[in-house]
Design a protein around this ligand. Structure first.
Ligand code: NAI
Length: 715
């Protein structure tokens, strides 16, 4: 049977342990590997001909991807986890105690258990490739680094820097790894192995070419005394609570584990890791986060993007500027950026330039690379160059007549094979492409604002859109680093449709006398990235009102938006973008809710805190009814895609696993009972829709709408 580990050499005393998992693109540490590692360490401890050992990967782009996720997903017994964790900890301890220096030679992605193995090595040497990542992402899966990561990292790079990585599940590039003292040396990727050998030889001769680690260089005094450490821990604890609202148990537990390791010594640290990890791995939060990770992973896989040679973007506004920048940055193709006047073009170019400068500041790219990318952007006031583009993304004013005219115009200029994509947020793709020469090449590419930060793109399929066009756009989204979800053309597509039902209910709660502050605070505590009233301000009240009109026309009484929303718009309260909405703003910062709003709307909110359970059910269950309808209508292919879209598009709390998954986990029958109760007490709009009743009868969303086999058009 082929094995994953082999020992090469030694050559002049220097041996190499190569990790190269057979039949896999990445190296993963699972039960089998652990068995092999135990045998390898037995041998490495016995050998007398080895004076230095390099740990290397046989994969060109992957060092070690971490622990086997399937195992984490399956496990339900804490005792089983604890035993497995203790076993690996023991092996890493033996690795650390080998009687000669060890060198982790990292040429590709190094995550989780891979980083922990590296940490147990005497030296960490890294290829200086900007895209390479080293980190401990465990927290993102609701667990903690349990193979020595929580215990060894603070000793290597200092407490504050270690907490910064561990608690946020961060990964860093080689430059940052070196700067914080995680890596001992950065080496040119072209001659990496040669440099590793040189380094190793010098270290074996007792002259390691390191100037001394950055460990604790900053703040070392603070961290060395117990009081100083207490300050660092207290600050980190406060930060965790502020950013997670206490909804994620893993970072708090990790904090405790790191503390135990520093206070009680290494053995105590490792024992605390094993206990912490065993309890977290079986928690509902971890299962949900692993589920979400799987969803995102599924969306990232698929056919590669077809070659895109030249692109164009129409409209250099908020969205167009961002989309053009993204195309230049990630697809590396020339992009024509067209607008009607020089001013918006200049603004769009300045916006793109600023995004590239940010990347340079973060050392994601170099300054010459940024200039090269920036040169790909060609601002224009006419259609010059459009005759040779493969793709046009339209992001002009949201008016059907204007878009229709532009699409008809474009069809006469671009090649017959070009794809015409619209970034419309509310108009029908079929209607936009009505007068295009090739309506089958018209598709929606609905980015969210801001383009550089929001991961979701709804790929909107019209009744005439060709399958290969959908596939190309899905692949392009992936190449742009976005998460595509295919949805059917229709009012609000998927995300805005669901969101509007929740937003309407939030406004109704305000009408009933719940205060803006209480409502927002309640939903933030529930796990949403911002409360529904803040969100309405962010979206813009004009935009929200426009979408409400469109959905109101489509769904009639089913969607009940309080009429006074229009009054807010008439009063010039368009939200954050104008510095006036439900909230007050100063210098671009949101302050507190504006009491004048209550007067304007004739509302008088009470002081009492609303029941959080009642509020959350009132805001979430309207989305469930609509989700069931969207699935039944084929707006989205399956429950997994729906959950992914809501997490990536609205920040639906990942620890709840997604909208459908949350309902399934709560118990679909009990959710139904609550909806019936709300229908009796609050209003008939909460009555379970037939589509939802069908979901209940099937035993849940995932049972009724499992992964669609062909992940094609979604329609
Ligand atoms: P914006 O008003 O910032 O920019 C639109 C730009 O298009 C302006 O610079 C305008 O001069 C230009 N323009 C108008 N007609 C044109 C034409 N015929 N040819 C070339 N340029 C033309 O608008 P924004 O916010 O960027 O929205 C653009 C599109 O993206 C709309 O369809 C909107 O619904 C959609 N969208 C907007 C989101 C947002 O949050 N702002 C989110 C998702 C989609």
């Amino acid at each position: 049977m082929p094995t994953a580990l082999r020992i090469e050499g030694p050559d002049d005393g220097l041996a190499v342990l190569v990790f190269d998992a057979p039949d896999s693109k990445v190296n993963v540490i699972g039960a089998e590997l652990v068995g092999e590692l135990a045998a390898a360490i037995d041998e490495l401890e016995r050998r007398t001909d080895i004076a230095g050992l390099v740990l290397a990967s046989g994969k060109p782009r992957n060092f070690i991807a971490g622990a086997d996720l399937d195992a984490i997903e399956r496990v339900t017994d804490p005792a089983e986890v604890q035993a497995a964790v203790t076993l690996v900890q023991g092996l890493y301890e033996r690795w650390e105690s080998l009687p000669y220096p060890t060198f982790a030679a990292i040429e590709g992605a190094c995550l989780g258990g891979g980083t922990e193995w590296a940490l147990a090595s005497r030296y960490i040497l890294v290829a200086d490739r900007p895209e390479l990542r080293i980190g401990l992402p465990e927290i993102r899966l609701g667990i903690l680094p349990g193979w020595g990561g929580c215990t060894r990292l603070p000793r290597r790079i200092g407490l504050a820097a270690a907490l910064d990585l561990v608690l946020a599940g961060k990964s860093v590039n080689p430059y940052k790894a070196f700067k914080i003292g995680l890596a001992d040396a950065l080496m040119p990727p072209a001659s990496f192995r040669h440099h590793v050998r040189d380094f190793a030889r010098q270290a074996m001769a007792g002259k390691p070419p390191v100037k001394g680690r950055a460990t604790g260089a900053r703040g070392v005094l603070l961290e060395k005394n117990p009081l100083g450490r207490k300050i660092v821990f207290d600050q980190a604890g406060k930060q965790v609570l502020a950013s997670t609202g206490g909804n994620y148990p893993a970072p708090l537990r990790a904090l405790e584990v790191v503390r135990a390791g520093l206070a009680g010594g290494r053995a105590a640290g490792l024992a605390a890791e094993a206990r912490g990890l065993s309890e977290l791995a079986v928690s509902r939060e971890s299962k949900s986060l692993v589920h979400v990770y799987r969803l995102a992973e599924g969306a990232a896989k698929g056919k590669a993007s077809r070659p895109l040679r030249r692109a164009a973007v129409l409209g250099a506004g908020v969205m167009g500027g961002g989309i053009a920048q993204l195309l230049a940055a990630k697809a590396s193709v020339p992009v024509r950026l067209k607008d009607l006047a020089p001013e918006p073009l200049a603004q769009g170019m300045a916006h793109a330039n600023e995004l590239f400068r940010q990347q340079v500041r973060r050392r994601w790219i170099t300054a010459p690379q940024a200039r090269q990318k920036m040169n790909l952007l060609r601002p224009t006031l006419d259609y010059g160059g459009f005759a040779a583009v493969d793709l046009v993304v339209e992001a002009i004013v949201e008016r059907l007549d204007v878009k229709q005219q532009v699409f008809a115009e474009l069809s006469g200029i671009v090649p017959a094979t070009a794809i015409l994509a619209s970034n419309t947020s509310s108009l029908s793709i079929a209607a936009i492409g009505k007068d295009a020469k090739h309506p089958e090449r018209v598709v929606g590419m609905h980015f969210f604002n801001p383009v550089d930060k929001m991961p979701l793109v709804e790929v909107v399929v019209g009744p005439l859109t060709a399958e290969d066009v959908v596939e190309s756009i899905v692949a392009l989204c992936r190449a742009l680093g976005k998460t595509p979800v295919v949805v059917k053309d229709g009012p609000g597509f998927l995300v805005n449709r669901l969101l509007m039902f929740s937003m309407a209910e939030a406004l109704t709660l305000l009408e009933e006398g719940v205060s803006i502050a209480a409502l927002d605070a309640t939903m933030k505590r529930w796990g949403m990235p911002m409360g529904p009233v803040t969100l309405t301000d962010e979206v813009g009240l004009d935009v929200a009102s426009h979408v409400a009109d469109i959905l109101g026309a489509a769904f009639g009484d089913r969607l009940q938006v309080p009429r006074w929303l229009g009054r807010m718009v008439e009063d010039g309260r368009l939200g954050a973008k104008v510095g006036r909405g439900f909230y007050r703003y100063a210098g671009g910062q949101r302050l507190d809710p504006d009491p004048a709003v209550y007067a304007l709307l004739g509302l008088s909110p009470g002081d009492e805190t609303p029941d959080p359970l009642e509020v959350s059910y009132r805001l979430v269950t309207p989305m469930l009814n609509e989700a069931a309808r969207c699935l039944a209508e084929g707006v989205v292919a399956d429950a997994a895609d729906l959950d992914l879209a809501m997490i990536m598009g609205t920040g639906f709390p990942p620890f709840r696993g997604g909208l459908c998954r949350w309902a399934d986990d709560e118990g679909i029958g009990s959710v139904r009972a609550r909806m019936e109760d709300l229908a009796d007490r609050v209003g008939p709009r909460f009555a379970p829709a037939q589509a939802f009743v069908d979901v209940v009868a099937a035993g849940g969303f995932y049972a009724r709408h499992p992964r669609a086999k062909a992940r094609g058009t979604g329609a």
